[in-house]
Design a protein around this ligand. Structure first.
Ligand SMILES: NC(=O)c1ccc[n+]([C@@H]2O[C@H](COP(=O)([O-])OP(=O)(O)OC[C@H]3O[C@@H](n4cnc5c(N)ncnc54)[C@H](O)[C@@H]3O)[C@@H](O)[C@H]2O)c1
Length: 292
């Protein structure tokens, strides 16, 4: 049986562990916070039950899948892993320190992947003695449902590592897409400017948040409008990714909308705080409430 380790058991880590275990991997799920591990196990159980109810998983499967996931707080669990997927908090200092440790602890031939949304894979790789075996494996939320894995090649990532990760992603029932390590990769470099432009439209009073989302849903066949999506991602996360694009690509077309900065400064972060674009839209205040 192949052994993997997933580091970070939050929103993404529990989903990655779920999908790996569903495809016969034995998974060490490591988080520094014990409550996150309890929550992750409960979430995986609920999501497996949902799959059974939908008829996409046999009724007897969840027990075996849960049995292959081993939660714990000790990074030593990576010692026998051939694949490590890091899904810890999106903080460069946290990731750099983790990869230095993972490099020391994991077997020399193990691949070290990061699920980062915006931190340079090249920079992460340079913190290790095996940059050829460091790669981005960017799963989408919710992991058990979403088809895409953006596979990000750092400057030093080898062909063999890339081929192995593309193959693994396919074996998990996903569709991997190979991209180079530039700020925001492809997913966020294309998505975030659209969200930012929608926020500029609110700020300038071009239309209400509901109207903007309706245009994009009905006119462009997007399943969700850009403002609803921003609320779901978290406005603080959107701002952080735009800053990475702006700084990393050095082009003012990525400058974050002042309204986005103002909302984040006010603590209006989207769904997580209940203060989002549509709450204002529903009150009939629309763009006016948000004009800078
Ligand atoms: N949430 C999303 O929609 C999404 C989508 C794609 C990629 N990502 C990326 O996935 C990663 C995780 O995001 P998330 O939303 O799951 O975050 P999260 O906050 O839900 O979970 C992060 C977990 O990491 C743990 N952690 C922090 N430092 C640690 C350490 N040193 N060792 C072990 N565990 C540690 C925390 O306790 C927490 O449980 C980030 O890099 C993020 O950019 C997130």
């Amino acid at each position: 049986m192949s052994r993997a380790a997933v580091i970070g058991a939050g929103t993404m880590g529990n989903g990655i562990a779920h999908v790996l275990a569903q495809h016969e991997w034995d998974v060490a799920l490591v988080d520094s916070a014990p409550p996150a591990l309890e929550q992750a196990t409960a979430t995986i159980r609920t999501n497996l039950d949902r799959q059974v109810k939908k008829g996409t998983l046999p009724a007897e499967a969840p027990a075996g899948i849960l049995g292959r996931i081993h939660p714990g707080t000790d990074l030593e669990a990576v010692r026998d892993a051939s694949l490590v997927v890091e899904a810890a908090s999106e903080n460069p200092a946290v990731k750099f320190a983790l990869f230095e440790q993972l490099d020391r602890l994991a077997p020399p031939d193990a691949i070290l992947a990061s699920n980062t949304s915006s931190i340079s894979i090249t920079e992460i790789g340079s913190r290790t003695r095996r940059p050829g075996q460091v790669i981005g494996m960017h799963f989408m939320n919710p992991v058990p449902v979403m088809q895409l894995v953006e596979v990000i090649r750092g400057h030093a990532t080898s062909d063999a590592t890339t081929a192995a990760v593309m193959k693994t992603a396919r074996s998990l029932g996903k569709t991997p897409v190979e991209v180079s390590d530039y700020p925001g990769f492809v997913s966020n470099r294309v998505l975030l400017p659209m969200i930012n432009e929608a926020i500029f439209c609110v700020m300038e009073g071009v239309a209400t948040p509901d109207a903007i989302d309706t245009v994009m849903k009905l006119g462009m066949a997007h399943p969700m409008g850009p403002l609803a999506l921003a609320d779901l991602i978290g406005l603080d996360v959107c701002l952080a990714i735009l800053e990475v694009l702006h700084r990393g690509l050095g082009d003012d077309k990525y400058r974050p909308a002042p309204l986005l900065r103002r909302m984040v400064a006010a603590g209006d972060l989207g769904r997580q705080t209940g203060k989002d674009f549509h709450e204002y839209g529903a009150k009939g205040e629309g763009g006016k409430a948000k004009r800078a």
